[in-house]
Design a binder for this molecule. Structure first.
Ligand SMILES: [Fe+2]
Length: 270
């Protein structure tokens, strides 16, 4: 409404400017010596109108900038709210098995510590953080009796479990802004030697964020209690990661993780 009034007023000013200039030209044409409208008055009116229009335009531009900033902010908040909602869904998946409770948050913390150690830029770290929280969202469709099974998993169980990276991608598909995150989630069970799933990508074909999540995920699994075993000893975990460096895991990521663990022993805590 305000914009429409201001627009009409501006149009009236432009019209007035046009009428005054035309009038002056007509008078000059028919009465060259006319002093009915003096040049000084006309100039004053024109300067006033131009100045007024210029001030109005800058005020409108400023209002537009403010509106644009507010829109961007609310869009970002909406994205955060959507991620938070999905993160809440993850908690329901983790709650099915008390031994995996808090897994995604721990994996995120570990993965960010590795990303810091590797001096990755903020954009990559933001993807790591979101993918860390959401990486196992695809497990939401897996039946509890497979997720909480104490006996060794059958081949059929494994074929169901191996679908979770792709199922995660499907669940997150409607959220366009998570395109990068989806790709990272899809790759979090790929192996450095190409023997992972779902694609069997190897080394440099796997996104760095996925390689980082794989190490953080494996570490948290070994460092946590399961229904069928106690957490592994610290030495065993280190040996296991060393053994798998260059096979399951990227050597550069394992090395960065060891450096992060040395700097911050709290990463061992659950
Ligand atoms: Fe997973």
């Amino acid at each position: 409404m305000k914009t429409s009034v201001s627009h009409n007023f501006k149009m009236a000013m432009v019209l007035l400017l046009f009428v005054l200039t035309s009038l002056r030209l007509i008078l000059l044409f028919y009465f060259p010596l006319s002093e009915i409208i003096s040049d000084k008055i006309l100039l004053g009116v024109i300067v006033f109108i131009v100045l007024y229009l210029w001030i109005q335009e800058s005020m409108d531009y400023h209002d537009l900038l403010k509106l644009n900033r507010a829109l961007i902010e609310s869009h970002e908040q909406l994205k955060l709210a959507q991620v938070d909602t999905i993160a809440a869904l993850i908690k329901t998946v983790e709650a099915k098995d008390r031994y995996t409770s808090g897994h995604s948050e721990r994996v995120t913390g570990l993965a960010l510590a590795i990303a810091d150690e590797m001096r990755l830029d903020e954009e990559v770290k933001a993807v790591v953080a979101r993918a860390g929280i959401l990486h196992d969202i695809g497990k939401i469709g897996i039946k509890d009796d497979i997720l909480t099974k104490i006996d060794p998993l059958t081949e059929e169980d494994w074929s169901v479990i191996k679908r979770h990276p792709d199922d995660g991608v499907k669940i997150l598909k409607p959220l366009g802004f998570l395109a990068n995150v989806r790709e990272v989630i899809r790759g979090h069970h790929e192996r450095y030697d190409g023997r992972g799933y779902p694609e069997g990508l190897k080394a440099g074909q796997i996104r760095i964020e996925s390689q980082i999540l794989a190490v953080a995920d494996a570490f948290d699994a070994m460092n946590s209690r399961r229904a069928y075993r106690k957490p592994l000893e610290r030495d065993q975990i280190i040996d296991e990661l060393k053994k798998n460096s260059g096979m399951q895991h990227s050597p550069a990521v394992v090395e960065a993780f060891f450096a992060a663990l040395e700097k911050n022993p709290k990463l061992w805590e659950k």
